[in-house]
Structure formats: C-alpha cells, structure tokens
Design a protein around this ligand. Structure first.
Ligand code: AVJ
Ligand code: FE
Length: 433
C-alpha cells in the first residue's frame, strides 16, 4: 500500500467515525439501548457491530493480531440474531461499546501503519480498509433510518439542501446499444459490482428526476391506493395487510410529514421518500409507465454518448463534491428536483446520485462471472427473487459507499430506508430521431 493510500484511508476512517459518534451521541443511553422499531437494531448494537467487523477483518485477518474480544463475535453476527431479537441480547452497554470501538480502532490504525503489501487480494489497494469504511458508513445510514423511526423531540441538526435552480425535462431518451455495466477498476467496488460486462440496452425513456411528492400526491388523490389494478397480487396483498395509504411518515392530514422529530408541510418538488417497491411499481403502472431495470438505471447514470465509455458518476470520473449530489447526511432530506445541475448526466438526467435510493424492477443477482469476495454473506446469500435492487444512494449515504456501479438491495415491502424511485418506458421506433 502506498503512503498516499495509507493517509487517505486513515482520514476516511476518522471522518466516518465522526459521523458514527454524531449519531450515537445525539441521544442518551436509554435511547441508545432501546429498540425504536422491530425493523431496526438498538443503536448500541450497530455501534459495537461496526467495531466487531473492523476487529474481524482489519485486526485479526489483515493484521494477524490477537482478538480484542473473541467472546462477543456471536452477539454481533448479523446472521445469528434477527434485528427484532437484538435488544434482548447481553450486549455491551454504551460505555463498553464506546471503549471497545476505540480499542479496535487504535489497533486497526496500527495495522494500517505496518501492514505489508504481500500480494493478498484483501490488502491490495487498501481494499479491506475501504470495505470497512464502507461498512461503517452503511451502518451510519442504517442508524440514521433508526433516528427517523425514533419518537421525541429533534436531536439532529438541520441544514437545508440547495433550492432548485435548473429547469429540467420530464423524461430523457437513452439511445439503444451496448454499454459497460459494473467495474473491474473501482478500487473499493464490492464483489457484487464486478466484473465489468457489456449489456445491450434497447432505447428507453427515463424520468429526468425522481418522482416528486406532488406527482405522488396525484396518485394518492386519484385513488391509487384503493385500486388493485396497479398493485399486482403480491403488492395488493401487502398493501391491504399493512394498511398502506401514503408514504411512511406522511401524517393523516395528508399535508405534513414528520422528519427526525420535526413536523412540516410536504414540499411538492422534493423526491418522494419512504415508499416500498410495491408502492413504486403501483405508481408507475398508474402513470402508464414502469420502473427502470437495473441495467437501464446504470446506463442512464454512466453512459457517455460522446465516447461510448461508462463513467464513474453521471458528471464524470471525479469523486462527489457538495455541488454534485445530496450525499453524506449534510442535509437530512432529499433536495428539490433541479437542485443539482452540476451532477446531471451528459444526456440530462438529474439527481441519479444522492437524494433518494431508487427502486429498480430488477431482482438482485450476481453479474456473469461473479465471485464472492471476501465473504459469501456480503452479497451472494441475498441473490434471488426476494430482493429488489436499489441504486444511486440517498441523502443518508456517504460518498465512500456510493458510485455509479454501487448496488443496494432490500425486500419489496421495505420503506424505513430512504427509498424513492423514478419511472421509465420503452421508446417507440418513431421516437428514435
Ligand atoms: C447493502 C445496505 C443491504 O445493511 O444489510 C451492512 C449493508 N452488510 N452490514 C445491509 C451491510 C453488512 C447491507 N445493505
Ligand atoms: Fe453490518
């Protein structure tokens, strides 16, 4: 590992830990050990789990060091205990958890200083460190979702997102033809983003921005939640069972939502958030459209028609800056459609990165030639029809865990995540200029 990589990894680890501390120090100990929803872990579980993964991969595996706390591995193994059962476990208390993650971090930094480039793929380009930075960032987003489910007065500071400045089209034509999906070159890409492969994508139209609250409210007003035609058998069964009538966190008045403890009027031109895949699909069908496939989403986000190559991000290959996208928990809400003209793709598709995770129509599968790395439990065990792919990251996602190739997945009923969507449709032959 070059000295440069060591320095940047250390900075990323520190920056990430600062966010973890904000999320876990904003509430008192009672709140940290409480379960705010059966869908989520107590925050203190996430905290120690982050430390435990860092211990497993960096301290023990990469560093070859003695365990810090071998006795707690089982408690923080996400596959051993479902979230709903975690509050009943003999977890580290908040003070113990803080001391534990500190101790692990000191050892991990020591490993970072001394580890030799010895040809192990896990060590090459700092991958294991990048994986651990991303893992903690992913849990920071999960903890932010837990904060959204918590009741009580606000504890997180607000910083409003930029206003809409660009006038954007309704939809954009993406020309037909092959493009490169996935990557072999992103140093911190996870196994499910690899390998790069060619995919032929027929011409299609995609919304220039995510579906807004105003558009979504039209669907509600048109009786969309009461019409089984839009939902499909599976979606309708869930819609009825769960009593869905609006996105999560919209209040019964139909005019306000509650975010991180603050109740405010629904902003019409903000992307809708906290909808499940069934709601997204129902809206799309009602609108005479459909969800994009994952390949369509990635082509819209990465394909550069001038060169034919796939970019890292819609705006190019440079890492995300504040002017490009609403990422990193800077703003605790999506920004209005048109707020990030500098983040648009060459063809004029806006806000693909940041704001809201976007549901696609695709099931989560490995790409052709997929190889699990470094462990099957990161992705492979979730492959199959039960999980739908989401793309693009949200306001709660850090730049380290977000890029044009990044794939997220969840059950089609989930809406405690920062999930929205945009629509697509096939292009008719006469629409191809
Ligand atoms: C990629 C967001 C689905 O939170 O379950 C965290 C990320 N994997 N710890 C999740 C993850 C292991 C994962 N998602
Ligand atoms: Fe995890």
């Amino acid at each position: 590992m070059s000295p440069d990589i060591r320095l940047s990894v250390a900075a990323e680890l520190e920056r990430t830990r600062a966010r973890t501390e904000t999320l876990t120090e904003a509430v008192d100990d009672t709140d940290l050990i409480r379960q705010h929803s059966p869908l989520m872990s107590p925050l203190v579980w996430d905290l120690a789990h982050v430390g435990n993964q860092e211990e497993l991969w960096l301290v023990r595996d990469v560093g070859g060091r003695e365990p810090v706390r071998r006795d707690i591995d089982e408690l923080y193994d996400a596959f051993k205990h479902p979230r709903r059962d975690r509050p009943a476990l003999p977890l580290l208390n908040p003070a113990e958890a803080r001391a534990y993650v500190r101790q692990v971090r000191d050892k991990a930094l020591d490993v970072l200083d001394s580890v030799r480039m010895d040809g192990r793929p896990l060590v090459a380009d700092g991958f294991a460190f990048g994986m651990i930075v991303q893992h903690e960032q992913q849990h920071d987003e999960t903890m932010l979702a837990t904060h959204q489910l918590r009741t009580g007065p606000p504890v997180l500071a607000e910083d409003p997102p930029p206003p809409a400045t660009a006038k954007i089209k309704n939809e954009v034509l993406i020309p037909p033809g092959p493009f490169t999906m996935g990557t072999d070159v992103e140093p911190w890409a996870l196994d499910n983003e690899r390998p790069a492969h060619q995919v032929h994508v027929p011409a299609f139209f995609i919304d220039a921005a995510p579906v807004t609250n105003a558009r979504y409210a039209e669907f509600i007003a048109a009786g969309g939640y009461d019409d089984p035609r839009w939902w499909g058998e599976d979606g309708w069964a869930y819609r009825v069972k769960a009593g869905l009538v609006a996105p999560a966190h919209w209040n019964p008045d139909g005019e306000t939502y509650t975010r991180f403890g603050r109740t405010e009027r629904i902003v019409p031109d903000e992307p809708v958030v906290h909808v499940c895949w069934y709601e997204a699909r129902a809206f799309a069908r009602w609108a005479g459209r459909r969800l994009p496939t994952e390949a369509e989403w990635e082509k819209a986000a990465r394909f550069d028609p001038a060169t034919g190559r796939s970019r890292r991000f819609p705006w190019g290959d440079d890492p995300p800056e504040a002017r490009h996208a609403n990422l990193g928990q800077r703003h605790l809400r999506p920004a209005p459609a048109g707020a990030y003209p500098e983040g648009a793709s060459p063809l004029g598709v806006h806000q693909l990165i940041g704001d809201v995770w976007e549901w696609t129509s695709s099931d989560f599968h490995g790409y052709p030639g997929f190889r699990a790395f470094p462990y099957r439990e990161y992705s492979e065990v979730f492959f199959g029809p039960d999980h739908k792919v989401l793309r693009g990251g949200s306001f709660g996602t850090d730049a380290a865990a977000c890029r044009g190739t990044f794939r997220n997945w969840d059950y089609p009923i989930r809406r405690q995540i920062f999930s929205g969507f945009r629509c697509a449709r096939d292009a008719r032959p006469e629409e191809l200029a």
